[in-house]
Write a protein that binds this ligand. Structure first.
Ligand code: BEZ
Length: 214
């Protein structure tokens, strides 16, 4: 059955460029980003993996571990990493799953046969520390993903998780946020949002972005 938001991210064991990965154990108490790309030695993926490596500190700040996947074997991944490091001026610092038997790709529905019978599409799964899937994205092979957007979504999800606020259209870090409708107790609201809030409607209450407690 297809995966949905809120489902437990399926656990698996698979080889990677950093050894055998037991996924849930590897995640530990961190948040996780699992993302697939069509194949090794492809141009768009080379740029994506380079940027992901450069964002190491941004992911770490958010307590997020990142893991990539494609259906090529470990020795191919390792040769390709040399190219990524060289052309993108970085050092790949996260594991790339070698899903040659497509075990994980099938588990996460990353192969869309009407797009490609053999290659994974560009899927992204954001997984929380309880191992629940909090976001799923699917991009076509020819479109590189926007990793600033992935960080933005992580910020938004963590704000909701830890601060009971939601983020409005086109929100970016520092903009006002929305108090979640479920929060109604005036005392708790006062305590949680000492800077106050503006109620444009009873259901639309804007407040300055709190610092995310992680
Ligand atoms: C790629 O880099 O993965 C790619 C580029 C163009 C079309 C499809 C895939």
């Amino acid at each position: 059955m297809a995966l949905r938001l809120g489902d437990t991210a399926p656990d698996f064991e698979q080889d990677s460029t950093e050894g055998r990965v037991h996924f849930h154990e590897w995640l530990g108490n961190s948040w996780g980003v699992l993302f697939s790309h069509p194949a090794d030695f492809t141009p768009v993926c080379t740029t994506e993996l380079g940027v992901t490596a450069k964002l190491k500190d941004e992911f770490a700040k958010r307590n997020v571990k990142v893991i990539a996947l494609s259906v090529d074997p470990v020795d191919s991944h390792k040769k390709w990493i040399e190219d990524i490091n060289d052309t993108q001026k970085t050092t790949v610092n996260f594991p790339i799953i070698a899903d040659a038997d497509r075990k994980v790709s099938l588990l996460y529905d990353m192969i869309h046969p009407n797009a490609s019978a053999t290659q994974t599409v560009r899927s992204v799964f954001i997984i929380d520390p309880a191992k629940k899937i909090r976001l799923m994205l699917t991009y076509p092979a020819s479109t590189g993903r926007n990793f600033d957007e992935i960080l933005r979504v992580i910020d938004s999800i963590q704000l909701t998780e830890y601060n009971q606020v939601a983020t409005p259209v086109n929100w970016k870090h520092g903009d006002d946020v929305v108090i979640v409708p479920a929060l109604q107790d005036p005392e708790i609201i006062k305590q949680k949002f000492p800077k106050g809030y503006k109620a444009l409607r009873p259901y639309l209450r804007m407040t300055p972005q709190p610092e995310t407690k992680r």
